[in-house]
Design a protein around this ligand. Structure first.
Ligand code: SME
Length: 161
């Protein structure tokens, strides 16, 4: 695997995800260190889509703790059920927020964030981490993002965390 990703910035987002998936697969499959893999997934999504903030929060006891990410500094700990991330953890579901100001309890790590998607990462039936992506644009995320981000999460081995 070369150290840069091959995608065209002109492609619609579905095509970008389709181009990115096999590249990420080959990048991740030879590596057993989960910090390295979460870091590269964050970097790849930032590089290809230019998202404002991309990163992981990892379940530790009763909190989510900030993991590898790309973007501005962020909140380090989020309680179970709190914010968008804690809600995705509690409900065990992907959460798409078109306007963060309309989401009760949204945690504003950065005032520039306007919309958000959070995708849980499961080990068996338990959430062990979440992928959180923020955009500075309203309504940036939809079911296409949810579908492909879930597939990207599926490339990661839950046994490594
Ligand atoms: N907005 C998130 C907090 C994490 S930051 O967006 C990086 C939330 O409400 O859970």
């Amino acid at each position: 695997m070369s150290q840069s990703l091959y995608t065209s910035s002109d492609l619609p987002k579905q095509q970008k995800y389709i181009a990115l998936l096999p590249q990420l697969k080959s990048l991740l499959e030879g590596e057993t260190d989960y910090i390295a893999n979460l870091a590269n997934v964050s970097a790849a999504l930032k590089e290809v889509f230019g998202f404002f903030w991309v990163g992981f929060y990892i379940v530790k006891d009763d909190e989510l703790v900030l993991g590898p990410f790309q973007g501005p500094i962020a909140c380090t700990r989020i309680k179970y059920g709190k914010g968008v991330c804690g809600t995705a953890w509690k409900n065990k579901q992907t959460v798409i927020v078109p306007d963060v100001e309309q989401f009760p309890g949204h945690i504003a790590c950065n005032a520039a964030s306007r919309s958000e998607i959070v995708v849980p990462f499961f080990k068996k039936d338990e959430v062990i981490a979440v992928l959180d992506i923020d955009s500075e644009h309203l309504s940036h995320f939809d079911e296409t993002d949810a579908l492909y981000l879930q597939q990207i999460i599926g490339l990661l081995s839950p046994d490594l965390i």
